[in-house]
Design a protein around this ligand. Sequence first.
Ligand code: HEM
Length: 477
Amino acid sequence: MAIAADSPLARPEQIQGNILRPFGGKYQAFLVLSFGNDQAGARRWLAGIAGRVTGTAGVPPRAAPGKPRFAPGQTLLNVGLTASGLVVLHPETAGRLAAYEAFWSGPLGSRLDDAGRLTTTPAMLGDTGRSDPGNWVIGGVGPAVDAVLTIATGKDRDAFDQAVEREQAAAAAAGLKVLHTQHCEVHRRDRQRVEHFGYADGISQPSVRGFADDEPSPAGSPAIAAGEFIVGCEAERRPPSWKQRPVPPRWMRGGSFQVLRRLEQDAEGWWKQMEKLRGKGESAEDVAARVMGRRLDGTPLAKPDATRENRNDFTFDSDPDGDQTPRYAHIRKVNPRDNMVFRDRIHKMLRRGIPFGELFDRKKPDGQKRGIVFNSYLTSIEDQFEYVQRKWANNARFPSTTLAQYGRIPAEPPRVDGLDPVLSDNKAGAAARLGDDAHKVPDPAYGGFVTTTGAVYAFAPSLPALWQLAGDERLDG
Ligand code: HEM
């Protein structure tokens, strides 16, 4: 595919690493920073760090078996700036940034709901009760988050600790405050990444049309227009009725919005629930497979004979009733896999999440805090992350209502599919919002095992834009 010479995709080396090509690595840390309204300090810090930020080309490709992927001491760095951070650096950016509503108002902001009533982002996303921002450790009440740094290294723990200390010291030297340092670590089982509930993770990922990475995308990864992930590139076609996306100023081209969420997982509670929901002749693992839509080893229920190579190559087309993969299963809720019906191509994200805390061992529950830092890159927080969370995962009548509109299932009687068991609240917490539907939601289609304990909406500018933002010259708009 020919890429227009003026498309940011023509210069992928100027796009920050971890967006097009994942950092991976055994260890990652997220440094959450406040500029304390000190423009000079913030610019000094950014000028100091800009040369160390990793571009796409600096992310090491997959290594040959048995060979390390990272060079000794190699550290990868990505920097995201929030709306408040960008305005401290360059107040003249405010006018244009305000058009990016979710980004501008942030994870705690005031918003209008679909009916035009005043609400807040936490209320829209279900960050209430246990997930109330009052309890967050990242981005809650307190000083505004202005920047978030992603630091990644290979298996060398000392090199990782040194890299984290180096960045903490660089921030402090410029007068910035480190609000939180979140250490994360990849866990593996049978040579694949796993998260704390015990499932293989990091399987399904869109590929980016026009970005020819060294690593071919596995079968079943749809090639999505680069404009869904990189600002300034051509995006997927959107329904004409949808709100037009803002026209970005020049300095935003080649950048990507970043949604970061710290999600604590109650893995012990999860497995107690799986035991409780066991039907006759069923194991807890069978229940766990139904609520995820994949077995613990990653095999999809929709393709039980899949191999590791083709386990992402399937749809739910022949299973509208959810006999094979329940309609509430996490992977079906967040990716219904039928663009004709759900237009899922315009709701994709590049997911770069990573666990924190020691891997949960079902045989030795220990009460420790653990979870995932969900980290994703996209170009519309509203249409991608928030849409999936609100309109799909937390909507008890999704996907049935849409399937019925397209004649894939009868419209009457209306069905209640349930909530995403990973992302939604428990029955007590969800009842008021669901009204009558609360009684119709199947028991496995409630959650309550994941608590939001932090959120940041950031923007990861291109490498040249980082230098511009660190400088004194006025930016275009
Ligand atoms: C503690 C929180 C979470 C856990 C434990 C979790 C777990 C998983 C697992 C095990 C998979 C299947 C493996 C894979 O395809 O990579 C998956 C897929 C996925 N998750 Fe989550 N997830 C969490 C949060 C989220 C959030 C917050 C979102 C977005 C709103 C999300 C969106 C997705 C998407 C889009 C997929 C790919 C589905 C597909 O294409 O089949 N997840 N998740």
